[in-house]
Ligand binder design. Structure first.
Ligand SMILES: Nc1ncnc2c1ncn2[C@@H]1O[C@H](COP(=O)(O)OP(=O)(O)O)[C@@H](O)[C@H]1O
Ligand SMILES: [Mg+2]
Length: 305
């Protein structure tokens, strides 16, 4: 079942075009990620899906309704973690959650929820005394309190320490295991690789890549990086001509970037063996999602499309 359908979505704030013709679908039970740098249009898109913001153009269906007119029935099936939620800092964790639980017909038991997000030892602590990561976990609990079918998470782990981050990932995976549909935004590559079934990469309001996270690595030019060190006294000009032209210094060593790694590696190794030269710290690596992402977004900055 398709849970979300977005067709040619546009949103402008006055003269700022924040979202410029974005289309995608999210199926039931998927973890779907909107990936991109600050200002890419992730929060704007999410807020439109949540019904918190009016679009300027395009079609949007969320659980079969237009979120702009979704009303309470839709809202009860949707859980939301805002990028920054406003809650009363004087209330305790348990009080805040109980307050929100009262708004839903089928709310989860509050203490169960507190344990789920790892805040059991903060049950009685006032919200304003929580650390950034603990506060984010409270936000997550608020999103889950109504036992929603569809969960929106805007940068769910920003500000988390590594342990809290892994805890949140576990929680998101367990929600997926329960068949919930999750749409999250992130600017962390590894987070999207860890969690998402599919992702779109947004840059300046447009989709610049989409697919399963591992396939996003195929979206850009497939350059392999070959790195190595040379003995003292040898540098780029010692290399054979065809390697010299593609060699670049990198962190005290040399890097060859190529879309044809096999002949380049053969040429390098043949040259080294013939000369009795040991290549130190030789590594061969494909493009990381991070590199692909930087490449895609910088292409867009250069006015592509
Ligand atoms: N309420 C607003 N009023 C005017 N411009 C906004 C508003 N919210 C966001 N923008 C602009 O829209 C663009 C997209 O922002 P946003 O959706 O928050 O991106 P992201 O979440 O990817 O960082 C940015 O250029 C931002 O400055
Ligand atoms: Mg944002």
């Amino acid at each position: 079942m398709t849970v979300i359908e977005v067709e040619d979505l546009f949103k402008s704030y006055g003269s700022v075009d924040a979202v410029r013709g974005v289309s995608f679908r999210v199926e039931e039970g998927e973890v779907f990620a909107l990936l991109g740098p600050n200002g890419a249009g992730k929060t704007t898109t999410l807020e439109i899906l949540e019904g918190h913001r009016r679009r300027s153009g395009g079609q949007v269906r969320v659980l079969g309704s237009d979120p702009q007119h979704g009303g309470r029935a839709l809202r009860e099936r949707v859980g939301i973690v805002l990028q920054s939620a406003g809650i009363d800092g004087e209330l305790s964790v348990h009080e805040v959650l109980s307050l929100y639980a009262g708004c839903y017909p089928a709310a989860l038991p509050v203490d169960e929820l507190i344990a789920m997000v790892g805040l059991a030892d903060k049950r009685g602590a006032r919200a304003k005394t929580l650390s950034g990561g603990q506060r984010r976990r409270l936000d997550l609990a608020l999103a889950l309190v109504g036992d929603p079918d569809l969960i929106f998470l805007d940068e769910p782990t920003t500000g988390f320490d590594p342990a809290a981050r892994h805890g949140a990932w576990e929680l998101i995976r367990s929600l997926r295991g329960l068949g919930r549909t999750i749409v999250l935004t992130s600017h962390y590559m590894d987070e999207v690789q860890q969690l998402a079934d599919r992702a779109i990469v947004l840059a300046a309001g447009r989709i610049v890549a989409e697919g399963p996270p591992e396939a996003l690595g195929n979206a850009g030019a497939q350059e392999t990086s070959i790195c190595f060190g040379l003995p003292a006294g040898l540098w780029i000009d010692a290399l054979p001509q065809d390697l010299r032209v593609i060699a670049r210094p990198r962190r005290g060593a040399l890097e060859l970037r190529t879309v044809q790694p096999t002949p380049v590696l053969l040429g390098l190794c043949a040259w080294a063996v013939q000369g009795g030269i040991e290549l130190s710290h030789l590594t061969v690596s494909g493009p990381s999602l991070e590199e692909v992402y930087l490449q895609l977004t910088s292409e867009d900055d250069n006015g592509r499309g």
